[in-house]
Write a protein of this length. Sequence first.
Length: 107
Amino acid sequence: MDNLENHFGDDASLDEKDEKTILDFLVKYSAEKSTKEASFKILKSLENKDIIAITQTSFWKNEHKDIPKDVFLHNEVKSKANCKACHSDVEKGLIEDDKIKNISSFM
């Protein structure tokens, strides 16, 4: 949030009110404050490294190691960052095993 004018190569600048609203949300729902098992595992996998993408954590890599690379290139998925393509409940802050989409439709 400190450098939105250069957010992965794009200008994602916001007005002050919107920036505060988003920052407050991120702090309130951060993994450090979560009681979800996945949050604990993700935090542990950071190992004090400066990682800003969940897809770069050892936890994420281990959980997704058996998924063919082509799945992430599928038109409905497009990238590893599109969690919602497979995890229908991710926008609620959940990643429940019984809510994971069958990836065979992406192959």
